[in-house]
Design a protein around this ligand. Structure first.
Ligand code: PFF
Length: 455
């Protein structure tokens, strides 16, 4: 890759952590995690999620970072440089990024709209109804989707990610503080403890393999794993960085944000008597009502949605950068063309996803993964988080086991490791045995094979 001679490196460990955490922490944590908890039985989902983060999150993240730092190449060229036949793995991740961005930007548009409402009107009365009416509209959600995509485009276009890195250092800790304050308000609402019990006490009667599939998909989505984004991030790491440490810190930050988002939203849902299983509208229906119960509610709403918008943008730029840098390196496009083409295509697919929430395309169903059919928005979400990203994870595990080899992977991970990589044994077994077994089970479940045997 042409930039290999003048490749930048992260200014500091903190800068890297913030950038990688910036890609990981996003709408997945704040919007998706709480509603998946609600749709998948509460505490039992949270427990399975945490187990998967510990075993699979750490293992896979370490693997991706190691490949990146070793090759000093972006995801596409990294896989190809180790073995010419494995370049397709990079392309695979690029396709996932492209499809995720399409519907991610629609949700980013919802955030923009809410921010706008808070600035102009101050409050959103009957926020649940407001949300349902709003997303099923035709033009307005597409307009805000365009705004979010345009913001992403401008940032990736200008390559002002240096500024983003600096801003992340302030915005991310601020987001954390705000989440804690909102969680405290939510936890002190009447009946909030009912929500806490639902959130933290696993009810094993709600366990099913479908819950495991959902949790697994969410771990991949939330940690930006299984699509090579972290390979590219790792390629900017210095040799003396302790990879193992980083592979612990990033999932830890990401998980703390997700758990806090749950504490901010789920107790409030119970307190206001809302429906916890309602799906994507959960954050949008609940939080405005929480802000309504707080002094300076409008200000809180504005700052909070601004922070969520920022978290979404630091993720969406890593998504758009993925196909863009591939087109620049491999297709020899210039940056401007690549950004416009991919942002434009994502906008069109996203517009269809947005229309699928309302009457225009709401009846158009895809039956690949669900006999009842999925609208375009749900289909894209399911295809990426539950199929493509785990498949990317399985390929990564096979790649490290059979192609790159443990000796080389270990040598890379040990470089810069102060503890001489004491987790090596765990990592090896996890990568070679646990990860593939978990992922294969997930795929069998998706194909309906597992439930035929286990019920
Ligand atoms: N991890 C991001 C989130 O939780 O919002 C979404 C995401 C970003 C997924 C970048 C994948 C990715 F490559």
């Amino acid at each position: 890759m042409e930039q290999s001679e003048k490749r930048g490196q992260w200014g500091s460990r903190f800068g890297f952590i913030m950038a990688a955490a910036g890609s990981a922490v996003g709408l997945g944590n704040l919007w998706k995690f709480p509603y998946l908890v609600g749709k998948n039985g509460g505490g039992v989902f949270v427990l399975i999620y945490l187990v998967i983060v510990v075993f699979l999150g750490y293992t896979m993240m370490l693997g991706e970072l190691a490949i990146g730092r070793n090759t000093k190449l972006n995801q596409y060229n990294a896989y190809r440089s180790i073995n010419s036949k494995t370049g397709f793995m990079g392309v695979f991740g690029i396709l996932s990024a492209f499809l995720i961005l399409s519907f991610y930007s629609v949700v980013g548009g919802w955030i923009c709209k809410y921010l706008f409402e808070f600035v102009i009107r101050g409050i959103i009365p009957d926020s649940q109804n407001f949300f349902n009416l709003y997303v099923s509209g035709t033009w307005e959600p597409i307009l805000w989707h365009a705004v979010f995509m345009a913001l992403t485009l401008i940032i990736v276009f200008g390559g002002v990610s240096g500024g983003i890195e600096k801003a992340s250092k302030i915005m991310m800790p601020t987001l954390l503080v705000f989440l804690i304050i909102i969680a405290v308000r939510s936890l002190t609402l009447p009946n909030a403890m009912e929500g806490v019990a639902y959130y933290l006490k696993p009810d094993f009667s709600k366990f099913s393999f479908q819950v495991v599939v959902a949790a697994m998909g969410q771990v991949f989505f939330s940690l930006s794993m299984g699509m090579g984004v972290l390979v590219t991030y790792g390629s900017y790491l210095k040799g003396e960085e302790d990879l193992s440490n980083n592979a612990l810190t990033i999932p830890a930050i990401d998980t703390i944000v997700a758990l806090l988002a749950g504490f901010a939203i789920i107790p409030a849902v119970f307190s206001f008597g809302m429906e916890v299983t309602q799906g994507p509208g959960l954050l949008f229906g609940t939080l405005p009502a929480v802000f309504d119960q707080m002094p300076f509610g409008q200000l809180f709403g504005i700052i909070f949605f601004l922070l969520v918008l920022f978290a979404g943008l630091t993720s969406s730029i890593s998504l758009l950068e993925s196909p863009v840098s591939w087109a620049i390196d491999s297709l020899k496009w210039n940056r401007k063309t690549a950004v416009i083409v991919f942002a434009g295509l994502c906008f069109i697919i996203g517009a269809a996803a947005s229309l699928s929430m309302g009457p225009v395309l709401g009846d158009f169903k895809i039956y690949w993964f669900d006999p009842k059919g999925q609208v375009i928005f749900d289909f894209l979400d399911y295809l990426t988080a539950n199929i493509l990203m785990p498949l990317g994870g399985l390929l990564l595990s096979l790649f490290i086991t059979f192609i790159w080899g443990y000796d080389r992977a270990f040598a890379e991970i040990r470089k810069g490791s102060k503890s001489n990589f004491s987790m090596g044994g765990f990592w090896k077994i996890s990568m070679m045995v646990l990860v593939p077994i978990m992922l294969i089970l997930v795929f069998l479940q998706q194909m309906g094979i597992l439930s035929r045997f286990i019920g």
